[in-house]
Design a protein around this ligand. Structure first.
Ligand code: IPT
Length: 269
């Protein structure tokens, strides 16, 4: 028996850790996993990836590609001959999904910085095309606002370390007065750390850095990264369980929202 996984780039740490978990838990249940990786989140690409899996007689598919609710709904209804479970959609949308609460960890991270005395906070969000990136950004802004704060500046990166590095350099040039930066994921935070090291900016002495994802590598960054941790292994596990439990009727398809937790390490102070 085989299930499918349609995924965004596995060059990114979070989706590759999710894919590893999906494979592990499916295998434990006696299922194989066929992976189809797409580069762009264009509907056509997703459909051809799904078609590829369908041609291998796969009838249950996990989709880890950032999708707006309407796109996900369209994909689900265009493919109602199979079960589609989404991992990167608005958790509170009606599509069948297993995703993370976009607000609990973000709130905890802003509170953490606030309690350390930070008032000049910069934001380095993920790409504007990502639902999750936008939900995290919105929650940062709402939480800052509840403390009567506005961000010093807002940047968008492309999830990879290079974009974090470039964003941090630009921030240092344009608005150097910030004392902390909230980053949309750990890989971009790695780039930020690198840019700060290169410019002899002490972390956390001069600037604190908070990542997001809690990927395995983040505790080996220097300094060890304070980050909002997503249990990506649990997401893979839950996705497999719910997918295998789902029949072809809607009734067995219950979505779940997993918590995101702040892990305080050494990049904040
Ligand atoms: C999301 C990660 O947080 C981010 O780092 C990046 O890898 C992105 O995926 C890729 O699409 S996690 C997702 C399940 C919301």
């Amino acid at each position: 028996q085989t299930i499918g996984l349609v995924t965004t780039s596995l060059a990114l740490h979070a989706p590759s850790q999710v894919a590893a978990a999906v494979k592990r838990y499916a295998n434990l249940d006696g299922y194989q996993v066929l992976i189809s990786m797409i580069d762009e989140n264009v509907n056509q690409d997703i459909q051809s990836a799904i078609n590829e899996l369908k041609s291998q007689l796969v009838d249950k598919v996990i989709i880890n590609v950032p999708l707006e609710t309407e796109e996900a709904q369209r994909i689900a209804s265009d493919n109602d001959d199979i079960v589609c479970l989404f991992l990167d959609v608005d958790p509170y949308s009606s599509v069948f999904n297993v995703s993370f609460n976009p607000a609990d960890g973000t709130r905890a991270s802003v509170k953490h910085l606030y309690e350390l005395g930070h008032r000049e906070i910069a934001l380095l969000a993920g790409p504007e095309t990502s639902v999750s990136a936008n939900l995290r950004l919105k929650s940062w802004l709402d939480t800052l606002n509840s403390y009567g704060l506005k961000p010093v500046t807002i940047f968008h990166g492309t999830w990879d370390a290079q974009s974090g590095y470039a964003g941090a350099l630009q921030m240092l040039r344009e608005t150097p007065n910030f004392t902390a930066v909230l980053v949309g994921n750990d890989q971009m935070a790695l780039g930020v750390l690198s840019a700060f090291h290169q410019h002899q900016v002490a972390i956390p002495g001069e600037k604190s850095v908070v990542g997001y994802d809690g990927t395995y590598e983040s505790s080996f960054f220097h300094p060890a990264l304070t980050t909002v941790s997503l249990d990506l292994d649990l997401q893979g596990k839950e996705a497999v369980r719910r997918l295998l439990d789902s029949g072809h009727g809607d009734s067995a398809r219950s979505s779940s929202v997993l918590p995101a937790k702040l892990i305080v390490r050494h990049s904040t102070g």
